[in-house]
Design a protein around this ligand. Structure first.
Ligand SMILES: [Zn+2]
Ligand SMILES: [Zn+2]
Length: 277
């Protein structure tokens, strides 16, 4: 019996004697099934074949990535606050070295995940750190392929965590339940937005974008862009970290991120609602 992991997207399924016949995430129009067919692995099988690179991005913020590339190249973050540490987004590979490092920082108090492309092995991460709660927006419920009592669904537009030291913002868009994490004390109290892949930093770091599917080039509609822009104006931030450092970007906008996001949203609306670009 094993919890099988989809090699293509990195999501983990419940304990079973054989791998699932399909992957919900890969078969969705936002993703794809590998041309050689679906492949499966397990945490036990990949142990020792990968390594997590943990990097301090700024005071109180660490990024965590797996090398060599696994799944869709997800990166997670650990945010430290006076009320505990949160893991934002998740990666499939989890070994004792990673657990020891995080425990050296004080362990985890909670996990929150931007959208289903980052569900990966979130249940194992929760269990490894004392069954900490995983906060997901209610509209992601149908995408949870490995249910567990550690998952807490929330509803509405925002949710304060850690006594207001962090705030989840429901953005919708890429997935109906997509959410971003706001860290007001980040960037020397100028505010940090951890965006998942919505928005995503572009090749030109003065621009961000929003997509229904990045891999299949499916844009979002006007209503969804307006909703994302409106909800991201509920907080004040100056710096933004996204979910990837692939596609040739650094995945960060160090300053003036809020103006760049709003300007990029306006630009996007112009592109999808007018004849001329
Ligand atoms: Zn998959
Ligand atoms: Zn995604």
């Amino acid at each position: 019996m094993s919890c099988h992991i989809c090699v293509n997207c990195g999501v983990q399924y419940p304990l079973a004697s054989s791998p699932p016949s399909h992957c919900l995430i890969c078969e969705d129009e936002r993703h794809y099934v590998d041309k050689n067919g679906q492949k499966w692995t397990t945490r036990e099988e990949i142990l020792g074949k990968y390594e997590n690179k943990i990097q301090c991005e700024e005071d109180g913020l660490y990024s965590i990535r797996t090398e060599p590339h696994f799944g869709i190249g997800q990166r997670a973050f650990l945010v430290q606050t006076s009320h505990g540490n949160i893991l934002w987004d998740c990666i499939s590979y989890l070994d004792q070295k990673t657990i020891d490092f995080i425990n050296g920082l004080g362990g985890l108090t909670a996990i929150a995940i931007s959208h289903p492309h980052f569900f990966t092995t979130m249940i194992d991460w929760s269990h490894a750190f004392g069954d900490v709660p995983i906060y997901l927006h209610q509209d992601m419920k149908n995408w949870v392929v490995r249910p567990d009592k550690c998952i807490h669904f929330w509803n509405g537009e925002t949710k304060d965590l850690f006594d207001g030291k962090l705030k989840l913002i429901h953005t919708g868009g890429h997935f109906d339940g997509s959410q971003a994490l706001y860290w007001p004390d980040g960037a020397s109290q100028r505010g940090v937005l951890l965006s998942g892949d919505e928005p995503q930093v572009c090749m030109d770091p003065e621009q961000v974008t929003f997509m229904h599917s990045f891999l299949n080039y499916i844009p979002l509609n006007e209503n969804k862009i307006r909703r994302i822009m409106k909800n991201l104006q509920l907080v004040n931030y100056d710096r933004l970290y996204d979910a990837f450092i692939i596609y040739g970007t650094d995945g960060v906008i160090l300053e003036k991120a809020q103006q760049i996001v709003q300007r990029s949203g306006e630009r996007y609306l112009k592109a999808i609602t007018k004849d001329s670009n």
